[in-house]
Design a protein around this ligand. Structure first.
Ligand code: ADE
Length: 263
């Protein structure tokens, strides 16, 4: 697949994409990532890309024309149609379902804003959707774009070494991941749960599922719709709540029921 990133700092994205799973996906030809700088499409000696906002106020707003010319060049670089996604805190929150949808696209464009934002007319004319990576404000869309690139790259077939690990990830089935352990078995910080060394794959899978259910119920109750769980999952969750694994201590040390869900 191909991802084009439009940014005043395209080197930033290139750096993020040079390592780990994303780097490997690039080397294996599973993902081609292209950075584009709207400044290269700006006119005049100063190659201006921004100006003061009408109506006053702090900060600068990115100009229409350099971005439009840049996007035109991006589209022309590959015949496949590309949807344009603007990274913005006003966007729809990114989740794993969205990541899966994007990972199945042949091509898309990520537009990163800087300063106070982008002229609204450019967004109206050129952008198909806006995506946010969370309810906080970054100083530009680059980190958010890097998040999208990483999450999408690791879902490309062949990007991960163990084909299983994407399936087992948190959120792939709507639940948080189970805990993981490695050597040594005995450590002053604790002992590895016995079941993981039993060699009994069915028992291990059952234990992991129970851990996922219990953790999700405890830490992210908003993700657990108990009614929608299968009867087997519901039974596992009840077992987790009742059993020694279900010690109800929240990560911040509070004991008790999971926090009330926000309305
Ligand atoms: N740009 C600035 N803040 C952002 C956020 N939270 N998500 C996506 N893009 C952004």
């Amino acid at each position: 697949m191909r991802i084009d990133v439009v940014s005043l700092f395209p080197e930033f994205i290139a750096q993020c994409a040079a390592f780990g799973v994303v780097g490997r996906a690039g080397e294996r030809g599973l993902l081609s990532l292209h950075g584009w700088n709207p400044r290269d499409h700006a006119e005049g000696n100063y190659r201006r890309v921004d100006d003061r906002p009408f109506g006053g106020g702090p900060g600068m707003v990115m100009l229409i024309d350099p971005l439009r010319a840049c996007l035109r060049a991006v589209r022309a670089a590959d015949p496949r149609p590309a949807r344009v996604i603007y990274m913005s805190p006003q966007g729809r929150p990114l989740d794993q379902a969205k990541v899966r949808e994007l990972a199945a696209c042949e091509r898309f464009v990520l537009l990163c804003g800087r300063y106070e934002g982008v002229d609204e007319r450019l967004l109206q004319a050129e952008v198909d959707e806006e995506l946010s990576i969370g309810d906080y404000v970054l100083s530009g869309g680059e980190l958010a774009a890097a998040v999208v690139v990483d999450a999408v790259a690791r879902l490309q077939d062949g990007a991960l070494n163990d084909a299983e690990s994407a399936v087992q990830d948190s959120f792939e089935d709507g639940l948080l991941d189970c805990p993981h352990y490695t050597r040594p078995v005995e450590h002053e910080l604790g002992t590895v749960p016995e079941v993981l060394m039993s060699g009994n794959h069915a028992r291990i899978a059952r234990w992991r599922r129970m851990q996922s259910l219990g953790r999700t119920w405890l830490r992210r109750p908003d993700l657990v719709d108990e009614a929608a769980l299968t009867p087997a999952d519901r039974a596992l969750l009840e077992e987790w709540k009742a059993g020694p694994e279900g010690v109800r201590v929240l990560p911040d040390g509070r004991a008790g029921e999971p926090p009330e869900q926000a309305e």
